[in-house]
Design a protein around this ligand. Structure first.
Ligand code: ZN
Ligand code: ZN
Length: 156
Protein backbone atom coordinates (compact mmCIF):
# COMPACT_ATOMS: atom_id res chain seq x y z
CA UNK A 1 0.00 0.00 0.00
CA UNK A 2 2.87 2.34 0.78
CA UNK A 3 4.37 1.65 -2.63
CA UNK A 4 1.12 2.33 -4.41
CA UNK A 5 0.24 5.47 -2.52
CA UNK A 6 3.83 6.61 -2.13
CA UNK A 7 4.42 6.26 -5.86
CA UNK A 8 1.31 8.12 -6.92
CA UNK A 9 1.32 10.63 -4.09
CA UNK A 10 5.07 11.10 -4.33
CA UNK A 11 4.74 12.25 -7.92
CA UNK A 12 2.16 14.83 -7.06
CA UNK A 13 3.30 15.86 -3.62
CA UNK A 14 7.04 15.41 -3.96
CA UNK A 15 7.71 19.11 -4.25
CA UNK A 16 5.58 20.24 -1.37
CA UNK A 17 6.93 17.65 1.05
CA UNK A 18 3.53 16.89 2.48
CA UNK A 19 2.58 13.43 3.63
CA UNK A 20 1.16 11.17 0.92
CA UNK A 21 -2.32 11.00 2.45
CA UNK A 22 -4.58 13.73 1.18
CA UNK A 23 -7.30 13.07 3.69
CA UNK A 24 -6.30 14.57 7.05
CA UNK A 25 -8.60 12.15 8.85
CA UNK A 26 -6.77 9.16 7.36
CA UNK A 27 -3.39 10.68 8.15
CA UNK A 28 -4.52 11.44 11.68
CA UNK A 29 -5.85 7.94 12.21
CA UNK A 30 -2.68 6.31 10.86
CA UNK A 31 -0.37 8.53 12.90
CA UNK A 32 -2.52 7.95 15.98
CA UNK A 33 -2.40 4.16 15.66
CA UNK A 34 1.33 4.29 15.03
CA UNK A 35 1.84 6.30 18.22
CA UNK A 36 -0.29 3.94 20.30
CA UNK A 37 1.44 0.88 18.81
CA UNK A 38 4.87 2.32 19.66
CA UNK A 39 3.71 3.28 23.13
CA UNK A 40 2.59 -0.30 23.61
CA UNK A 41 6.03 -1.52 22.53
CA UNK A 42 7.65 0.95 24.88
CA UNK A 43 5.56 -0.29 27.80
CA UNK A 44 6.31 -3.91 26.93
CA UNK A 45 10.03 -3.20 26.87
CA UNK A 46 9.81 -1.39 30.19
CA UNK A 47 7.95 -4.35 31.63
CA UNK A 48 10.51 -6.75 30.15
CA UNK A 49 13.43 -4.78 31.57
CA UNK A 50 11.72 -4.60 34.93
CA UNK A 51 11.02 -8.33 34.95
CA UNK A 52 14.58 -9.26 34.04
CA UNK A 53 15.97 -6.79 36.52
CA UNK A 54 13.96 -8.54 39.24
CA UNK A 55 14.85 -12.02 38.02
CA UNK A 56 18.56 -11.42 37.64
CA UNK A 57 19.15 -8.72 40.16
CA UNK A 58 20.80 -6.68 37.42
CA UNK A 59 20.01 -3.28 36.10
CA UNK A 60 21.99 -3.26 32.86
CA UNK A 61 20.29 -4.64 29.74
CA UNK A 62 22.10 -3.17 26.76
CA UNK A 63 20.05 -5.05 24.17
CA UNK A 64 16.69 -4.19 25.64
CA UNK A 65 17.80 -0.64 26.29
CA UNK A 66 18.91 -0.31 22.69
CA UNK A 67 15.52 -1.61 21.57
CA UNK A 68 13.79 0.76 23.95
CA UNK A 69 15.81 3.66 22.63
CA UNK A 70 14.88 2.77 19.06
CA UNK A 71 11.21 2.51 19.98
CA UNK A 72 11.38 5.85 21.75
CA UNK A 73 13.04 7.48 18.75
CA UNK A 74 10.34 6.10 16.47
CA UNK A 75 7.76 7.22 18.98
CA UNK A 76 8.92 10.81 18.92
CA UNK A 77 8.91 10.77 15.12
CA UNK A 78 5.40 9.30 15.13
CA UNK A 79 4.24 11.87 17.69
CA UNK A 80 5.58 14.69 15.53
CA UNK A 81 3.74 13.17 12.56
CA UNK A 82 0.57 12.97 14.64
CA UNK A 83 0.92 16.62 15.60
CA UNK A 84 1.38 17.75 12.03
CA UNK A 85 -1.58 15.61 10.97
CA UNK A 86 -3.67 17.26 13.68
CA UNK A 87 -2.49 20.70 12.62
CA UNK A 88 -3.34 19.91 9.01
CA UNK A 89 -6.78 18.69 9.98
CA UNK A 90 -7.42 21.79 12.06
CA UNK A 91 -6.28 24.01 9.20
CA UNK A 92 -8.63 22.24 6.81
CA UNK A 93 -11.49 22.36 9.31
CA UNK A 94 -11.07 26.06 9.94
CA UNK A 95 -10.78 26.73 6.20
CA UNK A 96 -14.05 24.88 5.74
CA UNK A 97 -15.69 26.79 8.58
CA UNK A 98 -14.46 30.09 7.14
CA UNK A 99 -15.79 29.06 3.76
CA UNK A 100 -19.16 28.20 5.31
CA UNK A 101 -19.20 31.47 7.23
CA UNK A 102 -18.49 33.34 4.03
CA UNK A 103 -21.59 31.79 2.46
CA UNK A 104 -23.81 32.70 5.40
CA UNK A 105 -25.50 36.04 4.70
CA UNK A 106 -24.75 38.65 7.42
CA UNK A 107 -27.99 40.40 6.58
CA UNK A 108 -30.68 37.72 6.31
CA UNK A 109 -28.80 34.68 7.72
CA UNK A 110 -29.55 32.46 4.75
CA UNK A 111 -26.91 29.94 3.66
CA UNK A 112 -25.84 30.43 0.06
CA UNK A 113 -24.35 27.85 -2.32
CA UNK A 114 -20.60 27.63 -2.90
CA UNK A 115 -18.95 30.26 -5.06
CA UNK A 116 -21.78 32.77 -4.71
CA UNK A 117 -20.62 36.37 -4.18
CA UNK A 118 -23.95 37.99 -3.34
CA UNK A 119 -26.72 36.63 -1.16
CA UNK A 120 -29.33 34.92 -3.29
CA UNK A 121 -32.04 35.93 -0.84
CA UNK A 122 -31.35 39.63 -0.30
CA UNK A 123 -28.47 40.61 -2.60
CA UNK A 124 -26.03 41.63 0.13
CA UNK A 125 -22.34 41.16 -0.67
CA UNK A 126 -20.95 37.96 0.89
CA UNK A 127 -17.50 37.05 2.16
CA UNK A 128 -14.83 39.00 3.99
CA UNK A 129 -15.41 42.74 3.80
CA UNK A 130 -12.64 45.29 3.62
CA UNK A 131 -12.67 48.97 4.44
CA UNK A 132 -13.03 50.96 1.24
CA UNK A 133 -10.71 53.62 2.66
CA UNK A 134 -7.83 51.78 4.37
CA UNK A 135 -8.36 48.12 3.43
CA UNK A 136 -8.67 46.90 7.03
CA UNK A 137 -10.81 43.75 7.36
CA UNK A 138 -14.38 44.44 8.49
CA UNK A 139 -16.73 42.03 10.20
CA UNK A 140 -19.92 41.36 8.27
CA UNK A 141 -22.44 44.09 9.04
CA UNK A 142 -19.82 46.63 10.17
CA UNK A 143 -20.80 50.15 9.26
CA UNK A 144 -17.78 52.15 10.27
CA UNK A 145 -14.16 51.04 9.96
CA UNK A 146 -12.52 50.42 13.35
CA UNK A 147 -9.17 51.45 11.90
CA UNK A 148 -9.90 54.74 10.18
CA UNK A 149 -13.55 55.44 10.94
CA UNK A 150 -14.57 55.57 7.30
CA UNK A 151 -18.19 54.83 6.56
CA UNK A 152 -18.70 51.50 4.82
CA UNK A 153 -22.46 51.64 4.37
CA UNK A 154 -22.28 51.13 0.65
CA UNK A 155 -20.24 47.91 0.95
CA UNK A 156 -22.90 46.10 2.96
ZN1 ZN B 1 -29.13 37.71 2.55
ZN1 ZN C 1 -10.70 51.96 7.26
Amino acid sequence: MNDLFGGLGGLMKGLSGFMPQDDPDVALMMAGSEVSELQKQENELYALIGKQALAQGLVQFPELEKKLQLVQENLSVAKARLQSAQAEKEAKDSARRAEEEARLCPNCNSMNPEGVKFCQECGVKLGAQKCAQCGAPLLPGTRFCGECGASNFSKI
